[in-house]
Ligand binder design. Structure first.
Ligand code: MG
Length: 396
């Protein structure tokens, strides 16, 4: 008898679930009068941005992260709504409960999006398409919402698949179809490629993933630096990242109570910057960024105010967090010019993971990560931001 080596590397089965126009769909579900109408959810103030738009609104060119004023010009007849985050989070909890009926390996990307590693679930529930179909149907039955389902052997491909025939999509990229699927896609679809990197690649005439995969190594190294091997692997459909279970944290915040109430806006601004710095460092350490900045203000008379604003783009940089917190504080101060302030807090919510390779894009706090790193090595006082330095002498 022969002793055969029966080691077989099992291909992983990854499902990516992405709800369609999530906030807007929840609003349409809850209010029959909105059904079939363009619905736009987001900040309704002068500087608001679109958080979600229904497919009816997308036909007019409305997209998320677009300034609200632009959306109103494109689609004046739409229903405009403020987000009800608390409510969406409840719906989200129901979705994640469905995911966990299939596997404990669920990695949430945002409230309405997750990867599921169902490799070992197949023995119980059937092949990956059976599982995908069950997820789609169960989500529809329990939430009356539609999900797009992508299935493939890794996270990158599964996410591309769920996006492929959205909304209400159902797409599996079989291993023998990977090359054909990827080849015609624009390079921007490579997970984590920033706009500037994409531009550099395009300037060399490489416009599709297929072309990038076929480009010679030296060229890619020159264009993409340290990230070249990562993007080359993705271009060949290779992505070894594991599905890491555990939902991202909901929010990160720092607050400080003062010994004496503050009256000077200048002093409050400075406190706000150091709080924003604390929040930013914690975010970046966990590779998170957040969508909504909140300021908490408690007065000497124990009245507590919270003010929030949702950003055009999720942020992780101290500068963005501070700038937005400052707008909120100054607004509040305008309305309460004489109140003493006993406590200040800065928080950020709507957290999502940053992809490693885009960490150094400025919107993800690139500069701050370098600062954080130096601080970690040389201690907290090694670098002090310009405006944190107390001026001993006033310029004359
Ligand atoms: Mg979605």
């Amino acid at each position: 008898m022969h002793n055969r080596d029966h080691t077989v590397t099992t291909e992983r089965a990854i499902v990516h679930v992405d709800m369609d126009a999530f906030y807007a769909s929840v609003e349409q579900r809850d209010e029959p009068a909105y059904h079939g109408r363009p619905v736009i959810v987001g900040g309704l103030g002068r500087r608001g941005v679109v958080a979600a738009s229904s497919y009816e609104a997308r036909r007019f060119g409305v997209r998320s992260a677009m300034p609200m004023g632009r959306a109103r010009r494109l689609c004046p007849e739409a229903v405009y709504l403020k987000p009800r985050m608390e409510h969406y989070r409840e719906v989200s909890a129901g979705l994640f409960a469905v995911f966990r009926e299939i596997t404990p390996l669920v990695e949430g990307i945002s409230v309405d999006e997750a990867w599921l590693d169902v490799t070992d679930s197949r023995a119980l529930f059937g092949d990956v398409e059976t599982i995908g179909a069950w997820l789609k149907q169960t989500i529809r039955e329990r939430t009356r919402l539609t999900a797009s389902i992508g299935m493939a052997s890794n996270k990158f491909l599964a996410k591309l698949a769920s996006d492929y025939d959205k909304p209400d999509g159902f797409c599996r990229i079989a291993t023998n179809r990977v090359r054909a699927f990827l080849a015609p896609l624009p390079v921007e679809r490579l997970w984590g490629i920033g706009p500037r990197a994409a531009q550099r690649v395009r300037a060399k005439g490489i416009t599709t993933i297929g072309e990038l995969g076929g480009a010679d190594e030296a060229t890619l190294d020159r264009l993409l630096g340290n990230s070249a091997p990562h993007f080359r692997a993705l271009a060949h459909g290779i992505d070894e990242r594991a599905v890491i279970s555990g939902r991202p944290e909901k929010s990160v915040s720092h607050e400080q109570t003062f010994d004496e109430d503050l009256y000077s806006l200048t002093v409050m601004r400075r406190k706000l910057l150091s709080l924003a710095e604390g929040v930013g460092i914690r975010l970046r350490r966990k590779y998170l960024r957040g969508a909504t900045v909140t300021v908490k203000i408690r007065t000497g008379t124990w009245r507590t105010y919270t003010r929030s604003r949702t950003l055009a783009q999720p942020a992780a940089s101290t500068r963005d967090i501070h700038r937005n917190a400052l707008v909120l504080l100054e607004q509040w101060r305008g309305e309460h010019p004489r109140e003493g302030v006993r406590l200040l807090g800065v928080g950020i919510s709507g957290l999502a993971h940053i992809v490693q390779s885009t960490l150094f894009e400025p919107e993800n706090g690139g500069v701050d990560i370098t600062l954080d790193d130096i601080r970690a090595r040389f201690g907290g006082d090694a670098i002090v931001r310009g405006s944190l330095v107390k001026r001993d002498k006033k310029p004359r």
